[in-house]
Design a protein around this ligand. Structure first.
Ligand code: DCP
Ligand code: MG
Length: 372
């Protein structure tokens, strides 16, 4: 249409997601959904290189200002390999990819996808269950040889609720509840919404928050106090608290770790319907007045707040590429804790995300532009 801007010349698109502005409006979902299935299938088969290649390709397509309508439009785009191009071409011609269809109907893929959708079940556990011949939740729950840990037990118990997307209104309601708890415990604490909702997403699989205190060290005791308070309020359905193992002298990690060392907790909270302005959209016939929601809280010390906020805002692909850019283009190491200049052998301090982008010599990206 006339209102869509002409596509940027392909040569101007960076191979790094942290140099591309990517909103939640994905004009190439038909391609990126297919590529993400391929990536996930590679992940299930421990082909990490290929997995990353598909994720990078999907991420480049997400940043495009218009839908790809001809294969020629992808010429000169970074990170698009031969395999990805073939998939795009097939979708352009037939409306779908045969390879993706085959994966989606594959029993192993379907089963691993099902099992990893349970809170506390990662690809390794899913694989173990699959190799035992288990194919369904009832198979798993009936198998005497399977011992579920506490997290997995809660995952099954609240499966219906926590596998349903969390809305922005529900995230806001949870924000109010946690804010009230934080304020009652430490009035000068800072609470911020992070993760996908900070990037402007309408729905998420959980709600992520960062909390910190001006008084150094105080942040380490705040999470247990918040947990205690929510327990008394009767809204704590599950809690896994992990104390800080953060070490100020340690260099930022070279690899993209799944976990940082700050104090954090993984929670399942009970959210009452009347706490959400839009009301709860339970499945039809379900007259419960509440739902269970997954919530993550992380509590970095104040002087690491900007790094933690940047790290927890995501997206995962944006974070991966920020770190890769820092390492490859700037000889720096970045993680959720710190930024380190390898040749100058010094840590670079930051109080805001803008400081970190500036240290990296990157144009600032708003959270809603980080949906890579
Ligand atoms: N993150 C992290 N360390 C963890 C967990 C997450 O650094 N242990 C980062 C990477 C993610 C961001 O925090 O980009 C949020 O993680 P989520 O898995 O909640 O992802 P999103 O919030 O982006 O998406 P969703 O809507 O699925 O929750
Ligand atoms: Mg999230």
């Amino acid at each position: 249409g006339c209102s869509t801007p002409p596509p940027a010349p392909a040569s101007s698109i960076s191979q790094y997601a942290c140099q591309r502005r990517t909103t939640t409006e994905n004009r190439n979902r038909i391609f990126t959904d297919a590529l993400e299935v391929l990536a996930e299938s590679c992940e299930f088969n421990e082909m990490e290189g290929r997995c990353l290649a598909f994720r990078r390709a999907a991420s480049v397509l997400k940043s495009l200002p218009a839908a790809v309508q001809r294969l020629e439009a992808t010429r000169g785009l970074p990170c698009l390999g031969e395999h990805t191009r073939a998939v795009i071409e097939e979708i352009l011609q037939c409306g779908h990819s045969f390879e993706v269809r085959k994966i989606l109907s594959d029993e192993r893929y379907q089963t691993l996808k099902l099992f990893t959708s349970v809170f506390g079940v990662g690809p390794k556990t899913a694989e173990k269950w699959y190799r035992r011949g288990l194919r369904s939740f009832s198979d798993v729950l009936a198998e005497p040889g399977v011992r579920l840990n506490r997290m997995q037990q809660s995952g099954f118990l609240h499966y219906g609720d926590i596998s349903r997307a969390v809305s922005k209104a529900e995230a806001r309601a949870l924000g109010n509840i946690i804010d009230e708890a934080v304020r009652a415990i430490t009035p000068d604490a800072q609470l911020a919404l992070t993760g996908g909702f900070r990037r402007g997403k309408e729905f998420g699989h959980d709600v992520d928050f960062i909390v910190t205190t001006p008084e150094q060290g105080r942040e380490e005791t705040i999470l247990p106090q918040i947990i205690q308070r929510m327990k008394k309020q009767g809204i704590l359905l599950y809690s896994d608290y992990q104390a800080s193992t953060f070490d100020v002298s340690k260099l930022p990690s070279h690899r993209f770790e799944a976990m940082d060392h700050f104090a954090k907790c993984f929670l399942i909270l009970r959210l009452e319907g009347n706490q959400v302005d839009a009301g709860l959209n339970n499945a039809e016939g379900d007259s419960r007045s509440w739902r269970a929601v997954r919530v993550d809280l992380v509590a970095p010390p104040m002087d690491r707040y900007a790094f933690a906020l940047l790290g927890w805002t995501g997206s995962r692909q944006f974070e991966r590429d920020l770190r890769r850019f820092a390492r490859m283009e700037r000889q720096m190491l970045l993680d959720n804790h710190a930024l380190y200049h390898k040749t100058k052998k010094e840590f670079l301090a930051a109080t805001t995300e803008k400081d970190i982008f500036a240290h990296l010599g990157l144009e600032y990206m708003e959270p809603w532009q980080r949906n890579a």
